[in-house]
Ligand binder design. Sequence first.
Ligand code: ATP
Ligand code: MG
Length: 574
Amino acid sequence: MRVSQLLNPTLREVPAEAEVISHQLMVRAGLIRKSAAGVYTYLPLGLRILKKIESIVREEMDAKGGQEILMPVIQPAELWKESGRWEVYGAELFRLKDRHNREFCLGPTHEEIITDLIRGEVRSYKQLPLLLYQIQNKYRDERRPRFGLMRGREFIMKDLYSFDRDEAGLDESYQKMYDAYCRIFSRCGLAYRPVEADAGAIGGTGGTHEFMVLADSGENAVVYCSECNYAANVEKAECRPQVTEAVAVEGERKLLHTPEVRTIDEVCKLLNVPKTSLVKSLLYQGDDKLFLVLIRGDRELNEIKLNNALGGFVTLELAPPHVVEGILGCEPGFVGPVEVPVGLTVIADEEVPLMKNAICGANKTNYHFVNAVPSIEFRIDQVLDLRMMETGEACLKCGAPLKEARGIEVGQVFKLGTKYSKALGATYLDLNGEEKFCVMGCYGVGVSRSIAAAIEQNHDDFGIIWPMPIAPYHCIIVPVSTKDVLVVEAADKLYQELQRLGVEVILDDRDERAGVKFKDADLVGYPIRVTIGSKTLANGQVELRERKTGETQLVLVEEVAQQVKTIIEKALSF
Ligand code: ATP
Ligand code: MG
């Protein structure tokens, strides 16, 4: 490819709407252009990168016995009603109607379609196991599409579904995919970590891991053990309750006048007590049900744990002030767990009943209680682990301190079990002619998100630094002057030679200043640059530079092609 003919509109300015570096660099390097919020066109170089990741994914899926298929984007509502997800998937589902008023959705994932396929095609245990996958556009009307390809509304995913005879078979398929994912992300040159995760809307109870690319801009917080291999998304990380010292205020429970003192911080300041002596009381609304949730004042509530414990609501949020007023008769800042109306379910984090005496809201605007004894004076219906793990807590496996990092979720593997095969009736006849449900797993790789993740991890002030396996081209040739015939000829010759050797090479034949070409080459991030200038060429030499290290060396013209090839081969061997 010649740069003069390539649609590669690079920009010097940082685009205003791009918050994270990967988004900025993808736009500046001319890889993508936005068409609507969370919807992008891939320009030629962007598409090459995407295709490379796709090929790595495809190779690893095939190596595990995966068979590629292609399912429809448009999915009939009936299947989603059968699985029960038409109602629960909520606003993320792009819904549409055809001219006959029949309902459809744009596939955000394909459990329904594939289970429908399998119930029609699989009869006998002899046909199992099956690993079927596709690489395809997915559609999710995300609440906040942002960060470029990181959180799109149209994005590209590889999704594989496994169908096994039993749990043992599922365990094997799961392990295969787990291993394949490790290979995929290593081959893409990414530093990643598999972490225990929450199953979210896809459901299933058998366990799940997310593959996190570690980067400060990551939307996920993960905790990992400094000693053993335990790692989990904080959404999921199980906590052990910790006991704190009793509050300094002694005596009977007392009603205190605390005008305008609403927040935890304000209460602590007024009474000169630590946050650990307070109970936070939060009125939550899950769909149309209300719950009073209690957690120690210094802790953060984990809404995912709460929602899982409550059975999974489509929306779970803090009740608005007028609802709080209606139920408890006070402003939200003064809600408390003493003398709660009958019928309102009270759920407490495990640490709350362990508190000896507590300060809490009094369900009366401008009043708090001090010295309330949770185990006696609170009517608690359910005690659960509801809090967010904190850095430095002890690992539940080995006791060593946990550390925290940010991560970008690039893949997830799930054991679904029989959730979908039961809902849709995907059965097979076993060895004894008995009808059994297929045991399923599903496994997704965010192919387009992986591009963004790779950039978050591999860039500098000048631009992207592509890991060789996913670089749009491996080598760029930059003739310094297009006026010098010898330079132009040498560049053309090298370009042809590298192509003959099977190197993915691009020639910057534009009539531009050398500085401009260098800037663009660094911005796009080609791993190798060969610069051909009049002076060195007079000595029979060209300059070879590696983007990653910035190291340059002068190499004889007749040896450079072989040297380039060797560098690439070494970087691609895995
Ligand atoms: P998230 O929690 O980030 O919304 P998810 O858990 O809903 O993702 P999955 O259903 O597990 O996503 O999808 C499999 C993979 O697809 C994810 O691991 C992620 O890499 C990718 N992915 C999910 N949503 C998006 C999106 N909106 N844009 C780009 N990639 C996405
Ligand atoms: Mg996920």
